[in-house]
Design a binder for this molecule. Sequence first.
Ligand code: GLU
Length: 443
Amino acid sequence: MSSTQTVTRFAPSPTGYIHVGNLRTALLNWMIARKAGGTFILRLDDTDPERSKDEYADAIREDLEWLGLTWDREERQSARLDRYAAAADEMRASGRLYEAFETPVELDLKRKKQLNMGQPPVYDRAALALSDEERDRLRAERGGHWRFKLDQSRIVWTDGILGDLSIDAASVSDPVLIRGDGQVLYTIASVVDDTDMGVTHVVRGADHVTNTATQIQIMQALGHDHPTFAHHSLLTGPQGEALSKRLGTLSIRDLRTQGVEPMALLSLMARLGSSQPIEVRDTPEDLALNFDLSQFGAAPTKFDVAALRPLSATVLQGTPLSTVAADVAALGVPDDSADRFWTVVRDNIHSRAEMADWWRLMTEGATPEIDAEDAEFVKDAIAALPDAPWTDTTWAEWTSAMKTASGRKGKALFKPLRQAMTGRTDGPDMASLMPLLQRKPRI
Ligand code: GLU
C-alpha cells in the first residue's frame, strides 16, 4: 500500500443492529474510498466482551451486503489487544499515561462540587499528586484505571465539514484509556488502529468532536500525524426532534423488512444534509462519482422515513426484470409473461411485496366497488366482454364497442371500466394490462 492511498473505515460496535445514523457514517466513508479508488475497512469495535456479540457482527455484514457497500478488509479490535497494550506501555514510559484510582461515585461527587462552584467538570488530576506509597495502597485496595495526560494547550484542526476547529484541552478531562478491569477503551484502540492501518480520512458524527481533539493528542504522543477528520451533523426527526431514541426502530433490517429498496436508502443518505439534490442512482458506485464532502453542512439533518416510499417507487420504476426475476417467478408468473408483468407493474408499486397484489388481481379478478350511476353500464360492459385470454387490442375494441353501445365517452367511459377490471381508479395502461388479466371481475 502506498502512503498516499486513501483509506477509510466504518467502525461499528457489534452491540446492536446498525440504523440510518450509522449508515450515513458508513456511506460517507465508503464513498470517499471508492471515489478515490482507495481502501474501505470494516472495523468491528468489539473491545467490550460483555456487549459485543457475533450475531450482531454477522448482522452488520449482512446489512452492508444488502446495501452493496463492499469492504476490502475486515478488522476486529478484539484481535489486536497486544497492539493497544504496546501503545499503552509506550505512553506510560513517556509519562503520558497515568494511573488514577477514583471510583465512579467519587468522580461524580467531584463533578457536582465543581458544577456547584460554577467550574467546568474537568478531572482535577488529583492522582498525579499521589505519593508512591498512596498509589501502592490504592492499587491494592481497589485497583486503578489509566488516563491519558492531555497537554493543556489548544487543539486545532481543519475539519472536512465544520471547518477550522479549536478545542482548549484544559476544558476536557484526561480521557480514561484503560479501565480498572484492564479493558481497553475505544479511544486508544481507535487511535492505534487508525495509525496502524494508515487511515487517511475519518468521517464520523458530530458527537465525536471532543474525542477527536483528544485522539489528535494521543496520536501525536505516539509519534503520528493525524488523519483528516470530518464530523457530519446528527440526524433529527422531521420536526427537528432528536432521533437518538427512535434509532432503534430505524434499523437497516427493519427498513429492509418494510420493503425499502437499498438504492432508495443510499440515494437519500448520500445527499441528505448536503447542498446537492437527492437523485436516485442505479448503484452505490454511481453515488460515489458525484460525492463531495465539502457540500455537507453543520446544521442538524432532518430525516423523514416517509421519504423512502416514493424513492423506492422511483428505484423500482428503473429496475430491470433481471434484478427481480426470482421474485417474479416466486409469485408463479410464467416465464413468457414475466417481461410484460414487470413492465406493467413496476410503475405502480412502492415495494417488491406489492407485486403480489397485482398478481392476485390478475389471477383472481377484481372485486370492485362500482358507483351506483355506473352499475348498469358496467354490468352490460362485463357481459359484452368475451372471456379471457385477452390481447393487446382487447381494451381498444371493448371500449370502442361500449362507447357506441352506451354513448359514453372520455372519463365517463374509461373510468368505470378501469375500476371494474382493477378495483382502482388509477394504475397501469389498460391496453398493456388486459393480456395479463385472467378473469372477469366479480361483480
Ligand atoms: N465504534 C465507534 C462508534 O460507533 C467508532 C467511532 C469512530 O468512527 O471512531 O461510535
